[in-house]
Design a protein around this ligand. Sequence first.
Ligand SMILES: [Zn+2]
Ligand SMILES: [Zn+2]
Length: 348
Amino acid sequence: MAAGETELTGERDGVVGSLSVGTSNRAIGLRADMDALDILEENEFEHRSTIDGKMHACGHDGHTAMLLCAARYLAETRDFNGTVHFIFQPAEENVAGGRVMVEEGLFELFPVEAVYGMHNTPGLPIGQFAMQTGPSMAAADMFFIEITGKGSHGAHPHQGLDPIVTGAEVVMAFQRIVGRTVNPMDAAVVSVTQFHAGRAMNVIPETVEIKGTCRAHLPEVQDRIEARMEQILKGVCEAHGLTYTLRYERRYPPLINTADEIEKAARAAIAVVGAENVDTNLAPTMGAEDFAWMLQDLPGCYIRVGNGEGEDGGCVVHNPNYDFNDDAIVYGASYWATLVEQEFAVDG
Ligand SMILES: [Zn+2]
Ligand SMILES: [Zn+2]
């Protein structure tokens, strides 16, 4: 669950396994991510990472194990009528391996009527599932701005065009995009995360670089934010006689769960752990997830499986002390297998 600036690595290492049973020509896709993070693991236990600086700190190794378990079980029991494509996706963290798989023809090679994903959640008890219909995770956009003025002596600002003061004004004006132009009922974030300018104490620089990220659950809110950003930049820079460039990149689309597939996911989860352990009203987050690329043109959903509290309660994803809880595997694998057996019921 991430978006940022990282070199493309390993985004073409995807693997798909297909299992067809019976005569039905219906097919669904089940997706697990399988990449790790550039984190030096601090855990001391036996199953800690054997590669310094690489760590499964988001539990994707657990996701892979759950889907492999389900594939093995379904291949042995063969108690369904249809085709399942088991999609093992690389490079979820930062580099959008999901987008690469889709762009390179994943669903032309393996057509499906719906695609399902799942992620572990530390803090959600083992043996519990959580999900929601509609927006689940946010679109992640990145912006890169350069404002150009005219450098001058710090003692003689009137001889230049100060990009720092103008840049500061732009940053402050951006704070009004969400607060004053986005419907308060629609979630959105505009965060300036970098502001670079100047090298000397007595020099007003020529340029300022401003970077950051925007998050939104609805495409129309993304459009609104991008348009307002340009409008503010143009207005503020023109008012002070400076110029600017803006590059606005849409990195991840919003992840939107379709109602029918959430209903099916909930039915499968309830069959595994009972209704009291399935929350169908999970609050959405502003994080991003590249499974959203697979849901762009297909129905489907992405749900959460409990990873428990961790030994000291401090187990969170992307932390050097994160630990995927193996007790979750049986629940995740059972959910996958049940989803398939319910969806492709032999007598259905
Ligand atoms: Zn992650
Ligand atoms: Zn993850």
